[in-house]
Design a protein around this ligand. Structure first.
Ligand SMILES: [Zn+2]
Length: 487
């Protein structure tokens, strides 16, 4: 991705060293000089204006809530932006620079995954995606709207994009110096011109998500043992499935990290390579030059690997070669977009892979979702949960008649979302002899699921979800959102 970015134009105004601090101080004079908010702005400054950042003292560590409030006061205390409004093309003012640093720094502190900025005719909107849900930060709207083009120019400078190009979409990246050197956080930036101006989405790349130990992913002990057995087999194919945003990459990387060993050759084909991992040969797939998943996989087989990870099985070609690799002494890991584990098998068959090849290569399918956990600070009994609602979720009669469910009403801790933090819900289908027989007998996905439950103790995501409702960890609403998806 980054290698397709046009050369970075130099910032058109020099980094405002003294000016930044002076004007930030002036802007906050009403608050008693350069307060914590001004420091928050300066210490978070991205690399290229680091000289200004060095002026501020190291700021105290703030809780997400404090940081959030501070960012809000920062945004609304700023001048109205009348000057900045006109100068979008000659470089952003220091207030704009502070504003951009703040929305990024606070987004990272709050653990958001994406920052959305959208211009409309009468207003502009800034939204944070947190735990999977978008929420507007209304306090930023006025400043953002008054300075929209200057803010987007600032972001394009940080992302090394062409600031004069306003008609075509651009993709870039920012390496953000979080908390003045505490950590470098990578952001992926997408700029899309709309009829009202440039819509910008910044994805905050969360390295920690790809460094999760397998043991911390929440697999029950028995399931964890099955996974250990499958990933330490010298050959076979393990597929992880689920919709976008279900945490598939986290699971795959946890497996790869647990296998990353000097005695093992690991190769991956990814689209794109989001995080570089030492010890793994990662290939960035580029369809436009013919470096497809299939082409990468073919080449891998001549690179003497033990373990191969291919980002996604999209078609028969990729499927064929993944199957072939897994039959010839390689452990193959990949993903597929299917709703559950049993339907993954029917998907492969529909792709044109013969069932006898599936039964001889596939060892395990892990399907998963990410569920939002009820916020512990505003958790309360869900009074709308009736016996009928439990029955409709598949609870048995005797449980439904006396079960209780919980929900979050929304509070300061969870920014009114009613939920805070997420956990994965998995289902693990081991391709046992019983399942192989079912596949060869052309059973459909529902039949395969029923056979697995009856004979192999298969636990579905819905079973786990129902247990989590009774435990009070997830709400009925969340269960419906992630686990009642129709094909
Ligand atoms: Zn709450």
């Amino acid at each position: 991705m980054t290698d397709q970015i046009p050369p970075a134009p130099p910032p058109q105004t020099p980094p405002p060293v003294a000016g930044t601090v002076g004007s930030a101080g002036a802007g906050l004079a009403g608050n008693g000089g350069i307060g914590a908010a001004a420091m928050a702005a300066s210490v978070g400054r991205a690399k290229e204006v680091g000289t200004a950042g060095a002026v501020g003292a190291k700021k105290a560590v703030l809780s997400p809530k404090e940081a959030f409030k501070q960012a809000l006061s920062q945004g609304s205390d700023k001048e109205s932006g009348s000057a900045a409004k006109e100068n979008g093309d000659i470089g952003p003012s220091s207030n704009v620079i502070d504003f951009v640093d703040n929305i990024i720094e606070n987004g990272i502190t709050l653990g958001v995954s994406d920052i959305h900025m959208e211009p409309f005719e009468a207003r502009s909107r800034l939204r944070y995606r947190r735990d999977g849900t978008l929420k507007e930060v209304e306090e930023f709207a006025t400043f953002l709207h008054a300075n929209y083009s200057a803010v987007s120019t600032r972001i394009k400078i940080l992302a090394s994009l062409d600031i004069s190009e306003r008609r075509l979409p651009q993709d870039g990246a920012i390496r953000f110096d979080y908390k003045a050197g505490d950590d470098i956080v990578d952001l992926r930036v997408s700029v899309l011109p709309t009829s009202c101006g440039e819509r910008i989405v910044m994805r905050i790349m969360d390295k920690s998500a790809l460094n999760m130990p397998l043991a911390d992913l929440g697999f029950p002990e028995a399931e964890f043992a099955k996974i250990q057995k499958a990933i330490h087999s010298p050959q076979g194919m393990i597929l992880v499935t689920g919709p976008t945003g279900s945490g598939k990459s986290t699971t795959l990387y946890a497996v790869l990290n647990s296998l990353n060993d000097p005695e093992i050759n690991l190769m991956t084909a990814e689209d794109p390579v989001e995080f570089k991992v030492e010890g793994i040969g990662q290939v960035h797939v580029k369809d436009n030059i013919g470096l497809t998943f299939t082409a990468a996989l073919r080449s891998f087989l001549r690179q003497d690997p033990e373990v191969i990870m291919v980002g996604e099985i999209r078609d028969k070609d990729t499927g064929d070669i993944a199957v072939k690799a897994s039959l010839t002494g390689h452990l193959v890991l990949s993903t597929l977009h299917t709703n559950d584990a049993p339907s993954t098998i029917t998907r492969l068959i529909n792709m044109g892979i013969p069932s006898y090849l599936i039964t001889s290569s596939l060892t395990m399918v892990i399907a998963q979702r990410l569920a939002r956990k009820i916020c512990l600070s505003c958790k309360t009994e869900d009074m709308e949960a009736t016996k009928e609602s439990f029955l409709s979720l598949g609870f048995p009669e005797d449980v439904a008649s006396k079960a209780k469910a919980y929900t979050g009403t929304g509070c300061d801790e969870c920014f009114d979302a009613g939920a805070k933090g997420r956990r994965a819900i998995h289902e693990i289908l081991v391709i046992t002899r019983t399942i192989k027989e079912a596949i060869l007998a052309n059973k459909n996905d529902i039949e395969i699921g029923d056979i697995a439950k009856a004979k192999d103790g298969f636990v579905t995501m819905q079973d786990t979800g129902r247990a989590l409702i009774l435990e009070g960890m997830i709400s009925i609403e969340e269960f419906k959102r992630i686990l009642m998806i129709e094909d």
